[in-house]
Write a protein that binds this ligand. Structure first.
Ligand SMILES: Cc1cc2nc3c(=O)[nH]c(=O)nc-3n(C[C@H](O)[C@H](O)[C@H](O)COP(=O)(O)OP(=O)(O)OC[C@H]3O[C@@H](n4cnc5c(N)ncnc54)[C@H](O)[C@@H]3O)c2cc1C
Ligand code: SF4
Length: 419
């Protein structure tokens, strides 16, 4: 199959790339959880080798087109760039976005030579998709089982499309799954409530299994009034915002990135007022997401704890920096709807129906550093192991797990051949 050929990058991107000092000890790379070889990519792009730069990006990170858009660059590569010490850091996100999108649109590489072994992957979020691509590149047959109708996990059913256009995920599905013969079984939940369990997959001869089911159990506030009809959880709302009639005045509890997504989605849907409540003395969302939500009209109130949700209001009390209540600071805010965005934990669909899979006190799967669970042949990674984290961390973990899965499957094949 022909691979992409060079095309010029936009002038603004070239100008940004030209600011890079090509440091010998690149701090930007150290700040990247997946160690993207940033100076090399920039140097190649400036030398007219955009395709080589794109190839390196995809080989290092199959979700490079996604990460260019949703990573917290201020805390990662750009936050570590040496130029940021006295001025503006190199905006590598802009450079990565341009190179990876252009390269991706023209990628047509087909499947690798099959090696006769097959892996089952449960969950088509960033963790499962990374494993799928890594194993398919090495010739393993891959089948993905996904509970929802489409692939992407939080990328499709959590992050709003004004932050991550759905074409990016659709393009990934075509370039990486369709062209590489990776099979996806949509609407197929593995474990409790589904027709199939992990033991069925093993009985059917899959050589190894990866569990990348994420964290989809909303954390409760545990205050009176949480069961009322106008109270919702962030991940349910974000999965299908059009299904909700929120009224004119919305209170969002929690101030992380998911809360910012809720606030902006509600404001864009025409809600008059959205107030975000943070228990801490500052919002925990990234600077970029917080300032975008404030610019769109979100109001932020920090240092408050919700004590009760009424039919038309939310009762709060002020807290100090240690989280202690401040007597006399009780207040109430009007609310037609309340959306709770205080993180998520794992569901137990698989663990409750599979023997030998150990979980920790938070219900997260216990694994070693390479994703081996407590049951041989079953591996896990992403949020279901680490708790609610980030896309790039799920990708980084999955790269390590793919290596361990490959070694496990090859060793078993060698043992079979010896018999
Ligand atoms: C609203 C929101 C916004 C976020 N914004 C950002 C951001 O801007 N940047 C960033 O880096 N990170 C962000 N994150 C975090 C990031 O999206 C996650 O860390 C990442 O998606 C984890 O990947 P994963 O593959 O482990 O899990 P998921 O993305 O949750 O994917 C798990 C998949 O498994 C499927 N599944 C679950 N159970 C089963 C089953 N039993 N059988 C079959 N399939 C199953 C699910 O349907 C899902 O498709 C955000 C998270 C949320 C909730
Ligand atoms: S730290 Fe900044 S200037 Fe140095 S190589 Fe990285 S992006 Fe370029």
């Amino acid at each position: 199959m022909p691979e992409p050929t060079n095309t010029a990058l936009p002038a603004a991107v070239i100008a940004e790339a030209q600011r890079c000092l090509n440091c010998k000890n690149p701090r930007c790379r150290q700040g990247c959880p997946i160690s993207t070889p940033i100076p090399d990519v920039i140097r190649m792009a400036l030398n007219g080798q955009e395709d080589e730069a794109g190839r390196i990006l995809f080989e290092n990170n199959p979700l490079t087109t996604v990460c260019a858009k949703v990573c917290d660059h201020e805390r990662q590569c750009e936050g570590h760039c040496i130029l940021g010490k006295k001025g503006k850091p190199v905006r590598f996100s802009q450079i990565e976005d341009a190179i990876s999108s252009a390269y991706s649109r023209r990628m047509t590489r087909g499947p690798a030579q099959p090696n006769g072994m097959h892996a089952a992957i449960i969950g088509a979020g960033p963790a499962g998709l990374t494993i799928a691509v890594q194993l398919a590149r090495r010739g393993f047959g891959v089948t993905i089982f996904e509970r929802r109708a489409q692939i992407g996990g939080v990328l499709r059913y959590g992050i709003p499309d004004f932050r991550l256009p759905r074409e990016v995920i659709d393009d990934f599905a075509y370039r990486h799954l369709v062209l590489k013969d990776i099979r996806v079984r949509p609407n197929t939940s593995i474990g409790a409530g589904g027709a199939l369990g992990i033991d069925d997959l093993l009985a059917d001869g899959y050589d190894a299994i990866f569990v990348g089911t994420g964290v989809w159990q909303p954390r409760r506030l545990n205050v009176p009034g949480e069961t009322q009809g106008h109270v919702h959880y962030a991940i349910h709302y974000l999965a299908s915002p059009a299904a909700y009639d929120l009224g004119r005045c919305v209170v969002v509890v929690g101030a992380g990135n998911a809360a910012m997504d809720v606030c902006r989605t509600a404001l864009r849907a025409g809600t008059d007022s959205v107030t975000c409540l943070a228990r801490g003395l500052a919002a925990s969302a990234s600077k970029k997401e917080l300032s975008a939500a404030l610019a769109e009209g979100m109001q932020l109130r920090c240092g408050v704890r919700v004590t009760r949700i009424g039919r038309k209001d939310v009762e709060v009390i002020g807290v100090d920096g240690e989280g202690r209540d401040l007597p006399g600071s009780e207040d109430s805010l009007p609310a037609d709807s309340v959306i709770i965005a205080v993180s998520q934990g794992p569901r137990s669909l698989i663990v409750s129906t599979t023997q030998g899979l150990e979980v920790n006190e938070r219900g997260l799967l216990v694994t070693d550093g390479c994703g081996r669970t407590t049951r041989p042949g079953i591996f896990a990674g992403g949020d279901v192991v680490a708790g609610a984290r980030t896309v790039v961390e799920a990708v980084a973990a999955s790269k390590r797990v793919a290596g361990a899965m490959e070694a496990y499957m090859r060793e078993r094949a060698a043992q079979r051949a010896e018999k």
